[in-house]
Design a protein around this ligand. Structure first.
Ligand code: CTP
Length: 399
């Protein structure tokens, strides 16, 4: 239900804070990656360690890092960019009031302000508080600000009274969260489609400190991933060792060697669209030395063996309706070589890249690509971002 989705779980200082641990597990079981931010008072109800262990991530409570001043103090911005949904459960009257006023006095409220994603508030408090005119007014204001509210349920409360104020059951919260995510999906030709993009070089180590690689920067692959995301896709970027900063909003997994990438591709071979922009090394060392090769006893020959052709493997077992897009890096006979690769690898499209051209190739921000389909061709020139957008529009339409 939440495969590939990223959720920030905000926990505030109410007795129902302990239930947030169960909620976190349910989100995870449904496939979500969850990060937790707590208000300082929430930590009096449940320790940060509980959430850190369950989420396998650090729990954000303080904006400032007392042990290491200045370090990582923009985490609220990064998290706000990273998430698909922010759920505050339980949300106290105090945090609700801060949210509607735009206060940002702790990590949780700062992240609310920074978040680009929708916010689901689950107000949870004693019945009298919930019925108070201030809370009623704040809930209306929160709705008017575009936030989602899941009303508390009636039942036995910590005060011993029976009233409306309980945190709804996890399944109800998950259902509401799913509706919100669906509603906020970017609408485009790839909405609801799983798209996997590979980018960057592979490294084939032959001893602990040396490897065979290529100068691929990953720029074109990253541009394709972002363009797919903006077309509505649930995109995952598989990237090799690159120095580019990947925006937090793009889910990613890293690889080093072609074999690592092959494993990631196998795990994701059910994708609707696979775009192989990675510059995969065709060869690896026949054997990898455990210790650094010393020049005294090193030979002047390096024995190589072939890497798997990942795209050809995908082409051989292409599932119905799946679209495979390859890249061809050529220094001569661009069109002929690219056409051969379309056939050999059973591709739908290939983006042929002339590496000898001016203003194109690995490091450049610009590129010229000849897009070949099985019976069509078109050339695109310009910035890699612009080209990526145009290529996807050409293949999938404007939506
Ligand atoms: N590719 C792959 N696995 C490999 C080599 C390449 O999946 N072992 C993919 C690349 O990601 C690219 C396409 O195949 O999408 C073409 O890559 P390219 O390096 O241009 O061609 P090769 O097939 O390796 O052929 P050659 O090096 O002989 O041109």
């Amino acid at each position: 239900m939440f495969a590939g989705k990223r959720i920030i779980l905000g926990v505030t200082g109410g007795i129902a804070a302990y239930k947030a641990a169960y909620l976190l597990r349910e989100f995870q079981k449904a496939g979500a990656e969850v990060r937790v931010t707590m208000t300082p008072s929430a930590t009096r109800f449940v320790g940060t360690e509980t959430f850190a262990a369950l989420s396998r991530n650090e729990v954000a409570v303080e904006v400032f890092n007392n042990e290491n001043p200045g370090k990582n103090w923009t985490k609220h911005i990064q998290w706000g960019d990273w998430a698909d949904l922010f759920v505050i459960a339980p949300c106290t009257a105090n945090t609700l009031s801060k949210i509607v006023q735009g206060q940002s006095d702790n990590m949780l409220t700062s992240t609310v302000l920074a978040a680009r994603c929708p916010l689901l508030i689950c107000p949870t408090m004693d019945g009298e508080m919930y019925e108070s005119s201030s809370v009623t007014e704040n809930l209306q204001r929160a709705k008017a600000q575009g936030h989602y509210i899941l009303e508390p349920t009636e039942g036995y409360l910590a005060s011993g009274l029976e009233a409306k104020g309980r945190l709804p059951e996890p399944e109800e919260i998950l259902k509401k969260a799913q509706d919100i995510i669906k509603k906020h999906r970017i609408k485009g030709p790839l909405t609801g489609k799983k798209v996997v993009v590979s980018a960057g070089p592979t490294r084939e180590f032959f001893d602990p400190v040396r490897y065979i690689s290529n100068p691929s920067s990953g720029k074109m692959g990253l541009a394709m991933a972002e363009a797919a995301r903006l077309s509505g896709a649930d995109v995952t970027l598989l990237h090799g060792p690159i120095s580019l900063e990947i925006p937090d909003r793009i889910p990613r997994k890293s690889f080093v060697s072609a074999d690592d990438l092959f494993n990631l591709i196998k795990e994701n071979s059910d994708a609707d669209v696979i775009i192989m922009a990675a510059a995969v090394s065709d060869f690896k060392a026949a054997s990898v030395e455990k210790q650094k090769i010393k020049k005294e006893n090193g030979s002047n020959e390096l024995k190589l063996t072939r890497n798997p052709d990942i795209l050809e493997w995908l082409g051989n077992q292409k599932k119905e309706g799946q679209i495979l897009i390859g890249f061809a890096m050529e220094t001569e006979n661009l069109k002929e070589n690219a056409q051969k690769k379309i056939k050999k690898k059973n591709l739908d499209w290939i983006c042929a890249n002339d590496l000898s051209g001016e203003d194109s190739g690995f490091e450049s921000d610009k590129n010229t690509i000849l897009l070949l389909g099985t019976d069509s061709e078109q050339t695109f020139s310009g910035s890699k971002n612009q080209i990526a957008k145009e290529i996807l529009e050409r293949i999938f339409g404007k939506g």
